[in-house]
Write a protein that binds this ligand. Sequence first.
Ligand code: SF4
Length: 282
Amino acid sequence: MSLDLHACLPVYATLDWAATGRCLPDKVLPVPPGIIEGTANNTVNTASVYSVKEIYKTVQGEGWHTGRAAVFLRFAGCNLWSGREEDREEAVCSFCDTDFIGTDGPGGGKFRSAAELAARVRSVWEGALPAGASDCAQHAAFEGPFAGEPAAATTKPYVVCTGGEPLLQLDAPLVVALQASGFDVGVETNGTKDAPGGIDWICVSPKAGAPVVLTRGHELKLVYRQALALPDAFAHMDFEHFFLQPMDGPDRERFTKEARAYCARRPQWKLSLQTHKIIGVP
Ligand code: SF4
């Protein structure tokens, strides 16, 4: 495919064009050097190296799958914020509460193949503590009760690919490898990139100022209240479920009341609470 790169400029074209020949929307930023270690140009996964911040087992705390046991596979890097506090004010997404820089979290690292990463995810599901997990008391304390337990026979294992922005790295071979390891594969994305085919559960969480490319999936989960990303802007999109999730922070109580009132008026929307924070688990 030929591509006029200049047609993409001054849009931040380096993010996607090398892999797909498509320009991404305005205001979607390339990931600064050092945020995704080991990934070519810190952009897309052309080097077939998956840079993973952490992998741990917990229960899904938000949205449709709340309460379901899951392995969280957190990829390093995001295209809407560098992850550095000094950049937050200028970031497209400024309310992030997640550390996604580097590969130094429990179970994190650089994985040279989809099979290698899928095997690590499986071992975490089965209760094997990933290297370094014991360094993190919060994770280790939660993983303890699962250690040595066999996977439940009646419940399909579930992996949530998150970040950072997982679709900077999650590709079709990894989806296939995770499914071959027995997992339903979910993704939680900001929606600024297309997803590879075959994902079992797509959850898009739009961010104000970042145009949504991925307009269909299973669940749209909107952090509320973002003044420039109000529910009406997304209500027409092709999702099975629509959630409002009050933004954490000093105004959480007010946003919760407002979100609850909005859901009462517009039953298309349901309230999603961050139950993992309520019970104090990652
Ligand atoms: S898009 Fe998601 S991971 Fe990226 S900065 Fe925003 S909340 Fe954080």
